[in-house]
Design a protein around this ligand. Sequence first.
Ligand code: MG
Length: 263
Amino acid sequence: MTKLNFAIIGLLALAVACGQGPQQPAATPVTPTPEEPTKPEETEVWTPAPNKVDPFGQNGAPSDAIVLFDGSNLDRWISAADSTAAQWNINTDGSMTVANGTGDIQTKDNFGSVQLHVEWRSSPENTASGQAKSNSGVYLQNRYEVQVLDNNDNPTYVNGMVGSLYKQSPPLVMASVPTGSWNAYDILYHAPEFDAQGGMVVAPKITVLQNGVLIQDHFELQGTTEYIGWPKVSAHGPGPIKLQDHNDHSGVSYRNIWVRPLN
Ligand code: MG
């Protein structure tokens, strides 16, 4: 063995002695297993206590809700087209009716995720068919429509029928009351989230109960609810709640509208 071989063997021995050999995987920390509670108090949580809400605090609306329409005025609404005063008609029974051709109306305030209550009534005078029979709609953040339509003895494409998320999701069931009676929509809406490039990283999700019956179950929207074309994705922040004037003498009326922001 040459002097050079002795030198190499010596260096290898020194490297091993100094701990420079192959790396060992780091030890996994052991999470201590909590002991099984033996008393009921050990699994009780007392704080923070939820706020108290009167569920019928404001003419039937929860005490912590923002009342968007109580039958007396349209102070919280504006024209969607030009932000002037909303022109829909207020009726003596505490409802309002689409004033045909005056355009959509929307809330002055913007909202993100919400619980929304809306009551609506189709018009017995409207004897049209298909999409022309008492067509209106409730839009979340100004771009996602929950369809309002009179489908009593009036079939249409199911992803555009009453209770659909327009052109994206038919309702699970058709839960409308007879023409001219009041329907209630209770909507749980979770707003989407976008990354810095405008890509949608969390889709908007909608749950809808019509007259207490589940018709949309946490549906993830793919984007806007378009009349023509595929859903569109465009980054946005909070937006108004909008009611549709379908511009065909729909005669749809609304009443008792309130919202509870969820964030
Ligand atoms: Mg509509």
